[in-house]
Design a binder for this molecule. Structure first.
Ligand SMILES: C[S@@+](CC[C@H](N)C(=O)[O-])C[C@H]1O[C@@H](n2cnc3c(N)ncnc32)[C@H](O)[C@@H]1O
Length: 335
């Protein structure tokens, strides 16, 4: 920090815009803090420019915190970011903010709508998440495995291909229909993670990929999985990492069809890492075996906003993208 004055440069940049530029919507919002439909960031659709301005801020903070960079490196990396920030602010001047609101759907309706294109859209996150989960699935004991919130059957297909008996459960029938066609040897049942349609102690292991952030009551899921998995069995859980969910306002956003102006996302909860651990481990049903945090790779960062590869690299690469837990069902737990 001592060798490169980001804050001074940023402050000058903002001050100059305020003195010389037209009254921007951002300035008006600061002056009139009443939230309307279009100024409420939770309700309206964030413009690409607004998102990238935020990412430039994150990139500058990460450069500031990075160890081992020379003053020349910091200048080389920071100058184009500040330049782009200025260009974006000029572009935003006088332009109306988007008024298209988000439609917020529950999991059943949202994944019902998304099912047909889901596998294509989720590829970047899955590429980061999957290798860690697959490694841990090798530790599942012999016997039936439940793919809980199985979606289109990604993990059910992997396990079935290795000769495992599987049962898949999901709240969205449209996702299950795809899983059923993909894994003909599996059994698939519509059901809720909080009330699994399976008998007590009927499975040896469980996998639950990228679904728990959609559930408000984590303790119910922890108890239900502990009920159906027999003592000594294992569960592998993955969720988008709470840090990037908060930092990037990460949404389970359904890709719009061409005709749609209004975008939709599926409601999810801002659980912290400690919320997951409290629900599963704190209640005494599960013991933690492994906790893995796969990081955002260069490829995943580039996929997020293809036109802004350099900003994405500095802002995002190396942050934890996913939280993966491997748990063992405690032998003595009463469920
Ligand atoms: C992001 S997708 C992940 C699908 C799959 N597990 C995978 O990793 O490819 C989340 C899935 O969770 C399901 N889901 C969300 N809430 C659920 C609930 N309460 N009970 C059962 N399934 C649920 C959705 O229908 C959707 O198929």
């Amino acid at each position: 920090m001592a060798d490169y004055d980001y804050h001074g440069r940023l402050a000058r940049l903002l001050w100059e815009r305020q003195l010389t530029g037209p009254l921007t919507k951002a300035n008006r919002m600061a002056a009139e803090p009443t939230a309307t439909a279009s100024t409420n960031l939770r309700q309206r659709y964030l413009r690409a420019e607004e998102f990238v301005i935020g990412l430039i801020g994150v990139a500058l903070l990460r450069l500031s915190a990075a160890d081992g960079l020379s003053a020349a490196d910091r200048t080389r990396l920071a100058d184009p970011l500040l330049q782009q920030l200025q260009e974006f602010m000029l572009q935003m001047d006088g332009r109306p903010f988007s008024d298209h609101g988000w439609e917020v759907l529950d999991a059943r309706a949202g994944y019902g709508r998304w099912a047909a294109s889901y596998d294509l859209a989720s590829a970047a996150l899955v590429a980061v998440e999957e290798p860690s989960v697959l490694t841990l699935l090798d530790n599942l004991p012999a016997g039936l495995v439940v793919d809980a919130a199985c979606g289109t059957g990604r993990y059910a297909a992997h396990l079935a291909a290795r000769g495992r008996d599987i049962v898949g459960v999901d709240i969205a029938a449209e996702m299950l229909a795809i899983a059923e066609a993909r894994v003909p040897t599996g059994r698939f049942v519509v059901g809720d993670l909080c009330a699994l349609p399976l008998a007590t102690a009927s499975v040896a292991g469980a996998v639950c990929g990228l679904a728990l952030a959609h559930v408000s009551d984590l303790e119910s899921v922890a108890r239900e999985l502990a009920r159906v998995v027999r003592a000594g069995g294992r569960a592998v859980l993955s969720v988008p990492h709470p840090l990037v969910v908060a930092l990037l306002d990460f949404k389970a956003a359904i890709p719009p069809s061409q005709a749609d102006e209004r975008r939709a996302y599926i409601r999810q909860h801002a659980h912290a890492v400690s919320d997951y651990l409290d629900a599963f481990v704190g209640a005494g049903w599960w013991e933690l075996r492994r906790c893995v945090e796969p990081q955002i790779s260069s490829t995943a960062a580039a996929a997020l906003r293809p036109g802004f590869a350099e900003i994405m690299q500095i802002a995002l690469v190396g942050l934890p993208a996913v939280l993966v837990l491997e748990l063992e069902r405690c032998p003595k737990a009463m469920v």
